[in-house]
Structures are given as structure tokens and as C-alpha cells.
Design a protein around this ligand. Structure first.
Ligand SMILES: [Fe+2]
Length: 294
């Protein structure tokens, strides 16, 4: 039987790769190799031994950093022994602990086409989601890979601890889910819209440092940021399209810009869009961590 291939890589810049899951392509992650070490930005869903795959691309030590704590970005962390994430998303990421290798395997088998499922074995392509060593990463921190610097920019919004990583050498911003054509701002751990605006304006200060944006699900040039700022401005002013839709977690949410009938793409031809909870537009800034022990 042919060995199942779980990942493929595409070189997007010098010593920089976009990695996709061949079985389940929900998300992308990225590997950047420097002189001293390699940085893995996100880790997709954890189906397939990501560490082993990355080691086919680099022989440098690999450091894992997550753009935010959603499971489709941290799933492969468990092939490593550590990860870095913004402190405000640590709790979210920690909630993913506890799945056994067998559970992950069964989940993966149930979600792929039958012909692929039949070839899958619960081998070392699956790992227990065990507690790992986690290190905080904050706005302005840099990863010094030796011959290239990757800078951290906080953009709370999609989650309160979302970050963007800018590679000054390749002029790429790795943006996770910070802004895209379907930016989900409707989760309980999403920041209020007013906080999101601050994050976008902060990223705008770095606009001259990148040409392309590589996200967790989409790739585009940098112009989406100005679209996002304009659209979020309309939400704050109460003049957006407020298209009602069913939320991912149930309940009603609004889309800031009216969408085409197929549900994707804006009627006005622009790309950025976002869902949001109308009760979470102009509310007090919550970028400071609130510790509750009840
Ligand atoms: Fe996400």
C-alpha cells in the first residue's frame, strides 16, 4: 500500500514555505527557515506528523508560534514540545488539551473521503493532545532567526490574542485570521469591534513593511487592510449594511457588508468582510486580561 501523504509544501519566498494538509485542507501554516532556527507559524489541525514533514524542509531547530488559539491553527502543536502564543489566547489554546491520539484518529477518519480513510492507520501521524510548554509572545517582540527578523504585531479582533507576524526580509505579513473575506468576530473570545479597529490601525503603522499577506485560509495583497478599516469604521458609526445571518455558534449575527447570494464575496466587489455580534460593537476595551476564579 502506498504511504499516505498528509502534507505538501509550496515555496512562497526564499526559505519560506506554505504548508497544506493534503487530506483536509481547511487551513495553511508556514515554515520560515533562518540561519539559527526555523519558525513554524501555526500548525493546522493535527492530522499527519507535522514535525516530521517540516524536517524534510529544514534541518534547523523548529520553534512553533501560533497566530491565535483556534484548533485549526494549533492542532499540530502536539508533535512538538512547546509553542508560543499571545497570553490572551493561552486559555483558548489550553482548552484543546485532552484529546487522545485515538480520538483524533477517529475524528480524522470520519471527515475524509472513504478511499483515504481506508489507508489511514493510527500510526505516528497522530499524537495525543497533551499539555505542552507554552511561552508568551507580545506586541513588538521579534524572532531573530539570525539572518531575518520576524516581528510580532498584536491585532485583537477575531480572537483577543490574535497576532500578525511580519517577515521583514521577504516582506510578507503572516496574518492568521486577523482579517480576510470572512473575518469571524462573533465568538465569545472575539474582541469588541472598537478594539478591533485599534488593532487594525496598529497594523497600518506597519503597512510599509510588507507587500503580501499570507493568512490561515486566504492569501492577498496588503490592500485588504484599508478595506477592513473602512468597513469597521462603518460598523462603529452604525452605517454598515448589517446583513443578518446565522452565527457559527447559533444565534443571529450581522455581516458588515452585504454578500452575494452564494454567501461569499461582497455585493460591492470589495473583499474584506466580517461577522459580528451587535452587542459587541462599542463596549469597554477588553484587551487587558481579566482573571476570574469563580
Ligand atoms: Fe480562527
Amino acid at each position: 500500500m502506498e504511504t499516505l501523504v498528509y502534507y505538501e509544501a509550496e515555496q512562497i519566498a526564499q526559505k519560506s514555505w506554505k504548508i497544506t494538509n493534503t487530506c483536509k485542507s481547511f487551513a495553511f501554516c508556514y515554515l520560515i527557515e533562518g540561519e539559527k532556527y526555523a519558525l513554524l507559524i501555526d500548525s493546522i489541525i493535527g492530522v499527519g506528523n507535522l514535525k516530521k514533514f517540516c524536517e524534510t524542509l529544514t534541518d534547523k531547530k523548529i520553534v512553533v508560534v501560533n497566530t491565535h488559539g483556534h484548533t485549526d491553527h494549533i492542532g499540530g502543536n502536539f508533535f512538538f514540545d512547546h509553542y508560543l502564543i499571545h497570553p490572551r489566547d493561552m486559555e483558548l489554546a489550553a482548552q484543546a488539551y485532552g484529546y487522545s491520539k485515538q480520538e483524533i484518529f477517529q475524528m480524522a477518519v470520519s471527515q475524509v473521503p472513504k478511499e483515504i480513510a481506508e489507508q489511514m492507520e493510527p500510526d505516528d501521524n497522530f499524537a495525543d493532545w497533551k499539555p505542552l510548554t507554552v511561552y508568551p509572545v507580545n506586541d513588538g517582540d521579534v524572532f531573530d532567526l539570525g539572518d531575518r527578523i520576524i516581528e510580532v504585531v498584536e491585532v485583537p479582533g477575531h480572537t483577543v490574542g490574535s497576532i500578525v507576524l511580519i517577515d521583514h526580509k521577504s516582506r510578507i505579513a503572516y496574518i492568521g485570521d486577523a482579517c480576510n473575506g470572512n473575518t469571524l468576530m462573533e465568538f465569545s473570545n472575539s474582541a469588541p469591534v472598537c478594539t478591533y479597529m485599534k488593532g487594525l490601525l496598529h497594523l497600518l503603522e506597519h503597512e510599509k513593511e510588507y507587500d503580501r499577506m499570507y493568512g490561515g485560509h486566504e492569501i492577498f495583497d496588503g490592500s485588504i487592510l484599508r478595506e477592513a478599516i473602512e468597513t469597521v469604521g462603518r460598523v462603529l458609526a452604525g452605517t454598515d449594511d448589517r446583513e443578518e445571518a446565522e452565527g457559527m455558534m447559533g444565534g443571529r449575527v450581522y455581516y458588515a457588508a452585504a454578500r452575494k447570494k452564494d454567501g461569499y464575496g461582497r455585493v460591492d466587489g470589495k473583499h474584506f468582510n466580517m461577522s459580528y455580534n451587535p452587542d459587541r460593537v462599542n463596549v469597554p476595551d477588553e484587551t487587558k486580561k481579566v482573571y476570574r476564579f469563580d
